[in-house]
Design a protein around this ligand. Structure first.
Ligand code: URP
Ligand code: ZN
Ligand code: ZN
Length: 451
């Protein structure tokens, strides 16, 4: 054996077991009560520790051209930070160029990501152009191993309802999964212009121009198109109560509607936009009021939120400062890739949810929904993506302890209870007690299949 983890408590989405784990050639080779350590030079004593499957962050934007700049974590820095927060697989968004097939978009990105990624990764393609043959290239991309596609209802690269519906119909035909960033673009633009013309320029007006109903209406519309097309739909970064209610209703009616939320929507409310550093919290959709935060936690607990992801899209303070006097100039997005698993596990440690639930949301469900067959649990035959977690330590997040290239974090000063002490990616130690110990280019492209 290459590695044996002894005496720990294994947590999967559906079980908690006291057992040893043996790793061979990057895979979990056995799980048993007392695995012999003869002939294994790498034995870890995990007594008192939890042994968890690595998290899967299904929503990141690394080196993304956006808001007049490029998000500040490239494919190495972002995946390095992931490893240090117990995330062993990252799904990054590839923005299709006009005229480009979906597979060409993936290949273009992979040429940049493959040489530097520190943990395993896959992609979703953000669709911009379905003219001519390009709509059919969705099916080709499914066969290539990238079966998930996103449409934006906002931003200058957002699609019309017509294109959204066409994409859903194609997904139904070829077994793809469509994701949506749901906000009402017309209302955002109208409200933004209105507030700026009234001289209301602070970060608070980012929230005011994208309030609860702007997202809720778009969630309802997106669900409506999914129902009509018969295709499944995955709503990314759900952040409002009305949307939660729409998801619950659609699920209760039996429709395959999935919902993701992010730690920032579970922790913060729109009050952050009144802070001096409010612009650092500017992301879309924005954090909403306390009623939405509570509705999201309730949905997490009853299973109407399927996954937690980060929407990691950091920008440097100097770039956030572009919007000091005009909220519309603040690049949208925040860092979070290193904080997701510790945050959700801390919620479990505090008794808000169970540890099995945290693993389900952060690892098992994203593996299942996006078709990563080798990930998502500590089971024989799966990739040895393993986190050793110490539930007894407190960890106060400060940017100097993070491993991203971003110069600030919205999580500054927040204490989580319990913290990962080691992360293994396919059996290789990549994070050890505060230090990144992995290597550039170690990460491999994960082919996904929804069949
Ligand atoms: O503000 C955000 N979320 N930036 C990244 C792009 C997106 O909308 O997901
Ligand atoms: Zn988005
Ligand atoms: Zn995003």
């Amino acid at each position: 054996m290459d590695l044996i983890i002894k005496n720990g408590t294994i947590i999967n989405a559906n079980e908690t077991i006291r057992a040893d784990v043996a790793v061979k050639d990057g895979k979990i080779a056995s799980i048993a009560e007392n695995i012999s350590i003869t002939d294994c030079e790498n034995v870890i004593d995990a007594r008192g520790m939890l042994v968890l499957p690595g998290a899967i962050d299904a929503h990141t934007h690394l080196a993304m051209p956006f808001g007049g700049t490029i998000s500040s974590d490239d494919y190495f820095a972002g995946t390095r930070a992931a490893a240090c927060g117990g995330t062993t697989t990252v799904f990054d968004f590839v923005l299709q160029d006009f005229g480009e097939t979906m597979v060409d978009a993936v290949k273009r990105r992979d040429a940049l990501c493959a040489p530097v990624a520190a943990v395993d990764y896959s992609y979703h393609v953000a669709v911009k152009d379905v003219s001519g043959e390009l709509l059919d290239s969705i099916a080709e991309c499914v066969d290539f191993g990238v079966p998930s596609f996103k449409v934006f209802m906002v931003y200058d690269f957002g699609v019309t309802d017509g294109v959204f519906f066409q994409v859903l119909q194609k997904a139904k035909e070829c077994g793809a999964l469509i994701e949506v960033h749901a906000e009402n673009n017309e209302l955002v633009n109208m409200l933004t212009e209105k507030y700026l013309s009234e001289g209301k320029t602070s970060a608070w007006y980012h929230y005011m121009s994208r309030p609860e109903f702007v997202e809720g209406e778009a969630d309802e519309r997106a669900i409506q198109w999914a129902k009509a097309s018969g295709a499944p739909l995955y709503i990314v970064h759900l952040a409002n109560k009305q949307g939660v209610e729409a998801v619950t209703k659609a699920k209760d009616e039996g429709y395959p509607i999935y919902a993701e939320t992010c730690p920032q929507y579970l922790e913060f409310t729109s009050e952050v936009y009144k802070r001096e550093d409010g612009r650092n919290f500017v992301c879309s959709p924005p954090m909403k009021g306390e009623a939405s935060r509570q509705a999201l936690w309730a949905a997490v607990k009853r299973g109407d939120i399927d996954t937690i992801a980060t929407d990691h899209c950091p920008f440097q303070s100097s770039e956030k400062d572009w919007g000091k006097d005009d909220f519309s100039k603040i690049p949208n997005g925040c860092a979070g890739i290193e904080n997701m698993y510790p945050y959700m596990l801390s919620a479990a440690n505090e008794g808000k949810i169970s540890f099995t639930k945290a693993v389900e949301l952060c690892s098992a469900n994203p593996a299942k929904i996006f078709g990563c067959k080798d990930k998502g649990s500590i089971s024989v035959g799966k990739d040895a993506d393993i986190v050793i977690y110490d539930p007894s330590v407190d960890f106060t997040i400060t940017n100097d302890k993070m491993h991203s290239d971003c110069d600030h974090t919205i999580w500054e000063g927040i204490t989580v209870h319990g913290y990962p002490i080691q992360t293994y990616s396919r059996g290789k130690l990549v994070y050890d007690n505060g230090e990144f110990v992995g290597e550039k280019g170690w990460g491999k492209f994960v082919k996904c299949s929804l069949k």
